[in-house]
Design a protein around this ligand. Structure first.
Ligand SMILES: N[C@@H](CCC(=O)N[C@@H](CSC=O)C(=O)NCC(=O)O)C(=O)O
Length: 311
């Protein structure tokens, strides 16, 4: 049994936002997440689950506090999970015994991301460079957290999941959706990094966390296959013909990271050509990269996912 430790609980909208901590086998560290659960959720009437992945410098509180998701999620009867964005916290060696996890004594530890990335930059990938081996965020989001939530019996229907995110978390949401056909009903993103294998944040992250080295700066070489496996534009190009895509992306025209070439939504649009289903990329006039932008469009994203989750 995983020991979920309740850190805080707040009534909000039609439900409760609860923060939990647990010893993660994916990270070999304790990790925290917030979950909003409408009060209608029960074992007899479980609610679908929407994941929100936040961006660089953020944590499990950012989207919950600033995204404006919870009134709409409450009205739609959808739970929203807000995981942390990178490994940090107390080191804990987690041993699995038959049917349970045992935590050995903890010591303070944080695993800083490689410079020049800001803190809290997990990129939602599994590191293969031994130096950053604790960065197994992909496993945390796609396998461990869903299993922990299932075991906790919180009135969730984990067979109905969708995923969304912002910026680095938008990359995470699109990438995770595209790598796992059928696992999520829909994906959406605010200002995502759409082509990280060739844009600066992604190159910094992948060249440090992954084993395959970066191609020489002036060479025409494609990024290594290990990097492309985490690049949404590449994954979308590879999507099987029968895959019925359901994707919504919003980007502000005044987003400084769009202007800096970190996001490249046109690459995602190009990759979507000829694919089945819908990949909608919208440019939102005058909006920037901030949570003012996110909270303006978050009700539309919740409605988009609720439709897919209840279809
Ligand atoms: N200084 C950092 C970027 C800081 C920043 O703008 N973070 C964004 C996410 S950026 C992409 O993942 C954010 O959401 N910040 C939190 C907030 O409350 O606004 C850099 O330039 O690298």
């Amino acid at each position: 049994m995983v020991q979920l430790e309740k850190i805080s609980s707040n009534r909000v909208s039609t439900g409760t936002l609860t923060k939990y901590s647990f010893p993660s086998t994916s990270l070999s560290l304790s990790t925290q997440f917030n979950i909003f659960i409408p009060s209608s959720a029960s074992a007899q009437s479980p609610v679908p689950v929407l994941w929100y992945l936040a961006g660089l410098t953020c944590n499990e509180d950012t989207g919950a506090q600033k995204g404006g998701f919870l009134n709409s999620a409450g009205e739609q009867g959808v739970a929203v999970v807000f995981p942390d964005t990178s490994p940090r916290g107390r080191a804990c060696r987690v041993r699995r015994t038959i049917g349970s996890l045992v935590r050995t004594p903890e010591t303070a530890a944080t695993i800083p991301p490689p410079p020049p990335l800001p803190s809290r930059a997990g990129f939602y990938i599994n590191a293969t460079n031994p130096k950053w081996a604790k960065y197994r965020m992909y496993d945390l989001i796609t396998k461990e957290l869903p299993a922990v939530l299932k075991e906790a019996n919180l009135g969730l229907d984990l067979s109905r999941m969708s995923i969304m995110g912002h910026s680095m978390g938008g990359h995470g949401a699109l990438m995770i959706y595209l790598k796992n056909p059928g696992l999520y009903k829909s994906a959406s993103a605010f200002a995502p990094a759409c082509n990280p294998s060739v844009t600066p944040w992604g190159i910094n992250a992948f060249s440090n966390y992954l084993s395959a080295p970066a191609p020489a700066p002036s060479s025409d070489k494609e990024p290594p296959a290990e990097w492309l496996a985490y690049d949404s534009s590449h994954l979308l190009k590879q999507a099987a013909p029968g895959e019925n895509l359901s994707v919504l992306v919003d980007v502000g025209t005044e987003d400084k990271f769009l202007k800096d070439g970190q996001l490249e939504p046109a690459k995602l649009e190009e990759a979507a050509k000829g694919k089945q289903g819908k990949v909608e990329v919208r440019l939102q006039k005058d909006f920037d990269h901030s949570y003012y932008f996110i909270s303006t469009f978050s009700p539309e994203h919740i409605a988009f996912h609720a439709k897919a989750l209840k279809a």
